[in-house]
Each structure stands twice: as structure tokens, then as C-alpha cells.
Design a protein around this ligand. Sequence first.
Ligand code: RIB
Ligand code: CA
Length: 310
Amino acid sequence: MAVPVWMDVDTGIDDAVAVMLAHTLKEIEILGISAVCGNTSLKNSFQNTRAMNRLCNSAYPVYAGAEKPLFRKPVHAAYVHGENGLGDVEVKLPEDETIRTEVAWDALYACAKEHEGELRLIATAPLTNIAIAFAKYPDLPGMLNTILIMGGATTEGNTTPCAEFNIYADPEAAQAVFLCGAKIVLCPLDVTEKVYLLEEELEELKSFGNEAGRFVHDSLQKPWAFHKKKGHPGIQMHDSCPVLYLVHPELFKAEEAGVYVETKGSVTAGKTVTDLYSDKQFEKKNALVVLDADSKECIRLIKEAVKSLP
Ligand code: RIB
Ligand code: CA
């Protein structure tokens, strides 16, 4: 039987791929998707996420959440995701969609209540929506089965020397989520940077001959230029990792650790401080930290998903 899933995204090119992937996996039933400000503005991420419904021929309810972090000014990543969040590729909305006006945290809570103990929350964005949901509904963490997060780095960041984008964008929200007491699976850059598409695989996506393949090919041109300039061997598919971990944990290596977020440091804000490589003395192991993956198989599954779409 498929497991019930809620996705919280800042679509975002690799969020788009993660949604497509989750949509195609028979082990997952997406019950709702919330959009937040992050890789791009809330306006873009809400619209881009709804556009995924047209590409996937699906009708998932999509809810808008926070348009800015809890206490900080919004940061976006147009240098990777383009001005529109999807590599500046134009996307169309479904023709006959129902636009949801309920706010993200209320919709998430209602869904968690209905599926108490079963709902898996996959968060591939700054954790603002989730922190607001937990502040408004203190019983929510206890209702969730697992929170799977793309974010953080046990060593170097990708936005500052210390911090990864999703955590850097809203460290206070991230800290609230790491301390919430729910079961957390964290996919930091340690693993997500290992799951990358090669340049020749971009062409393969185009050769599928479907709209989804063309969309992923075209939208990934900008991130590929970015990654290439940085000396990376391919395009990192960060946000697909928690989706794949949920369905195929056997493809990953993970370790329990204490994870806390630096919220005060002038140069270290957004750092996910873990006790993996130290004296392991943090009092509580509050997250399962994913560190390695069978990258080839992960990429094969991502390509297969894109190929299977209209
Ligand atoms: O740090 C990697 C960034 O790209 C994150 O925003 C992640 O969610 C992906 O979209
Ligand atoms: Ca994202």
C-alpha cells in the first residue's frame, strides 16, 4: 500500500523533479503540496508547483505558505534557478485547476489529523511553513510519522562556507523543526551532492520525446552552467534524495546524530552542527543523517520517472 505524503517545496528546478518523481512512485500517495518562499519568491514557487500538475497530468492540491522567513529578509537563488525559479523556462498552469485559498499550515495540519501517525512530510525548502505549522499546532509533530528534509551540510555549505541554502534561508525555522521531537531523516549536501546528472544525461532526457523530458532538459541548462563553473561534474539533484530515501532506504547509508542549527553566528548562521565526527556527545540523537547513496541507481530512477510522464 502506498504511504501518505505531504511535500513542502520552493519550486525550484530540483523541487519540480522531486514532485515528478514522487508522483510516479507507486509506493507514494501525495495528499497535498505546500509552497514557500526560498529558491524563488512565494508567488513563483506557488505557480511553478501548480504547473507541475499540468506536466504530470495530476491534480494535487497546492497551498501557498510563507512569503518570507520567520525573522530574516528573504534570500533567493536566481543564480541557479533563474528569475522564475524554473531556469526561466515558461511553464503553463493546468487549464481547469481549483486554486486553493487555505493557507499551507492549516491544510497540512488538517491532513496530518486525518492520517495521524501515517503522514510522511517531505520538505525540500526553507522550513518556514513547517515551523509556523508547529508554532500554531503544537500537537502536529506528534502526529507525523517522519519528516524527511533536504537541507544542511555536515561539512561545507553551498551558500556560505558553513551553510546550505535551505537552512541558511531560515535558520530559526530549521532549529524549531530539528527540536520538534518528530522522527527526522536529514539529507544534507553530504549525500545530495553525490546524486548528479551528467551532461550527456541531459541530452538523454530530451531524447525521451515527452514534454516532461524536454522541460527538465531545458530548465536544467542554467543550473548546469552554474555547476560547471564551480567545477562540479554534473547537476546535483538535491531534492529527489528524501523522496528516494523514503521509498528505497536500501540505496543509502545513514547515521543517527545530534543536529542543531546555528542561529546566532555572524559567519556561521544556518550551519547544521552535527556530532557525527566529533566526540558524539550531544545529549540527543534527533536525526538520522543520510551520508551516502548509490548515486547511479538514484539517477536511473529519476530518469525513469521523467521518461514515464506525458
Ligand atoms: O542547497 C540546495 C538547494 O537546491 C536547496 O534549495 C534545495 O532544496 C534545492 O532546491
Ligand atoms: Ca528546493
